[in-house]
Design a protein around this ligand. Structure first.
Ligand SMILES: CC(=O)N[C@H]1[C@@H](OP(=O)(O)OP(=O)(O)OC[C@H]2O[C@@H](n3ccc(=O)[nH]c3=O)[C@H](O)[C@@H]2O)O[C@H](CO)[C@@H](O)[C@@H]1O[C@H](C)C(=O)N[C@@H](C)C(=O)N[C@H](CCC(=O)O)C(=O)O
Ligand SMILES: Nc1ncnc2c1ncn2[C@@H]1O[C@H](COP(=O)(O)OP(=O)(O)OP(=O)(O)O)[C@@H](O)[C@H]1O
Length: 488
């Protein structure tokens, strides 16, 4: 593509060596990836400043540069723009021909439930004969092919490439607050935007929960003119958002516990897979959820309300729910020969953990045991509140490693010890090696226990641990099969 074709999408405030007809092979925002003929976009990031790498990009063959800093004399054209991240997103969209326009775009945001809602939607739509791509935390799926996912919401280059590659009718995207703030979805317009809930998370990145909410709510500004907003009203932040969006021209549909909701949860029967009754307009639907836990009632209802606005028959969609295969690493249960139940779950917020406990209590758990870790270099302000909740509910709390994420081991151990001493009662212990922590819980488990192993879900371990396993599931399978199988 010619340079001037690309540049017409962005604001340019100053330039040197303008060369509009130069051909651009590809766009890059990492100098290391530059190949001859590429355009380099310099971004001032959190850890580094891309402007420092402009010369390196030119040495590697970049034929033009876009950046925020005022132009200096260079051997290639340089274009100054007010916001490089925004420019990158628009350049990428233009390069790939604005591929969002070829799909029905569904964006899902919220603290918890994005992945689960995305999987549920994909299942519902596919059973109704539609083809779907999914872009999110666990992996990306495009044209039925699984592609490794690095971020919940990919950077603009990867995102636009995925959208361009997709031949699927619908694209279901998880949209993280980091993704919105860093303008990874800039330039995309959505047909449907869903809000699941908001709770304390990521306050290492956002200054306050209000700011976190404001960022999330920006997704709804990217709705198409006739786009549809689907918002959970059972959470105070959802109600704020409904109020905010109702002042715009978009159609807003809500789900919750209120008579005014477009889809109302009328009744939940507390079974492992809860039986729920829903009401939409004058029609009632009673059915068993395809997943355990009340939180999954909300995820299922959010997805159902969305597909009902896509003109699918709710009755037919509900009939397909018993075929839903589940979501990797979300409330996966494993049996223990004593009769205890082990659960691997991706919970890493207070709300999510409360839902886990609620489910165990409804199932008459005699004792709740929790193997809990915190990711290094992520919101430390939520930790003590979570530990004190866990310690007050659990019979035994085992604090352990999640990903260290660059934090030295000794520092994380002393943080866990500090949390134990200050936030927990005397039912907490620290076992840093995650596999040994799970092994401890496994050895101690007895009939009637519900043992939660949370934080990593399906993710692979990044540290080397003692047992031969690369994730929580494998650790439990190792314990189930190899060493501690108890006589029947
Ligand atoms: C803190 C953060 O969010 N960082 C994101 C950000 O990186 P950054 O731009 O700040 O990168 P940087 O390292 O400071 O570098 C600045 C610039 O210099 C360039 N550079 C750097 C070195 C070099 O030699 N040459 C060079 O050109 C870099 O390519 C970059 O353009 O922009 C990148 C491109 O979009 C992201 O991949 C990266 O996500 C990192 C990997 C990350 O882990 N982010 C997490 C926090 C995140 O985004 N999580 C959310 C989900 C949260 C949740 O709900 O759980 C997600 O959507 O995944
Ligand atoms: N609607 C919900 N409300 C509260 N907690 C939920 C909800 N849905 C899921 N959870 C909890 O949050 C965990 C993560 O769920 P899920 O992966 O669907 O959310 P997510 O928003 O994609 O999370 P992340 O952004 O961290 O990937 C689950 O394992 C479960 O414990």
């Amino acid at each position: 593509m010619k340079l001037d074709e690309l540049l017409k999408e962005i604001t340019i405030t100053d330039r040197v060596n303008h060369l509009p007809s130069v051909s651009i092979n590809a766009i890059q925002f990492n100098s290391k990836k530059i190949r001859p003929g590429d355009l380099f976009v310099a971004i001032k990031g959190f850890a580094a400043d891309g402007h420092q790498y402009i010369q390196q990009a030119i040495d590697k063959g970049a034929v033009a540069i876009v950046g925020e800093q005022p132009p200096t004399q260079l051997d290639v054209p340089y274009y100054q723009t007010p916001d490089s991240r925004k420019a990158l997103a628009h350049l990428a969209s233009q390069y790939y021909g604005h591929p969002y326009q070829n799909h029905v775009m569904i964006g899902i945001t919220g603290t918890n439930g994005k992945t689960t809602t995305a999987y549920l939607l994909k299942h519902m739509l596919e059973k109704a004969g539609k083809t779907c791509s999914l872009i999110g935390t666990v992996h990306n799926i495009v044209n039925n092919e699984k592609i490794q996912s690095k971020n919940t919401t990919p950077d603009p280059l990867e995102l636009q490439a995925l959208l361009a590659e997709s031949r699927d009718e619908v694209v279901i995207m998880e949209v993280s607050s980091h993704g919105i703030e860093q303008q990874r979805v800039e330039g995309i317009q959505f047909d449907y935007a869903l809000f699941t809930n908001l709770g304390h998370d990521h306050l290492d990145y956002h200054d306050s929960i209000e700011e976190y909410f404001n960022v999330k709510s920006k997704l709804f500004k990217q709705l198409k003119k006739n786009g549809v907003a689907v918002i959970a009203s059972h959470n105070e932040w959802g109600r704020k958002l409904i109020h905010r969006i109702k002042a715009t021209e978009h159609d807003v549909y809500t789900f919750g516990l209120d008579d005014r909701d477009d889809m109302k949860l009328v009744h939940v029967c507390t079974e492992y897979f809860p039986l729920i009754k829903l009401k939409q307009e004058s029609l009632e639907y009673t059915f068993q959820l395809p997943l355990p836990g009340l939180h999954n009632a909300w995820n299922t209802i959010g997805a159902l309300l969305t597909v009902s606005k896509m003109n699918l028959s709710l009755e037919k969609v509900i009939a397909t729910l018993d075929m839903f295969p589940g979501v990797p690493g979300r409330f996966e249960t494993y049996s223990h020969t004593s009769g205890a139940t082990f659960i691997v779950d991706y919970a890493h917020t207070k709300d999510a953990i409360e839902y886990c406990y609620q489910t165990a209590k409804r199932e008459n758990a005699e004792r709740i045991v929790h193997v809990l870790g915190f990711r290094g270099n992520r919101d430390v302000t939520k930790r003590s509140e979570i530990v004190s909740l866990c310690s007050s509910v659990c019979g035994q709390l085992i604090l352990t490693f999640d990903d260290l994420n660059g934090v030295p081991e000794e520092k994380m151990i002393s943080e866990l010890e500090h949390l134990k001493e200050n936030g927990a009662k005397n039912n907490a212990i620290v076992i840093p090696d995650r596999t040994k922590a799970i092994e401890y819980a496994w050895k101690e488990a007895r009939a009637g226990d519900w043992v939660f192993v949370t934080g990593k879900g399906q993710e692979s371990y990044k540290q080397k641990f003692q047992l031969p396993a690369s994730n929580d599931k494998e650790t439990i399978q190792f314990l189930q099969q190899e060493r501690f199988a108890l006589p029947k």
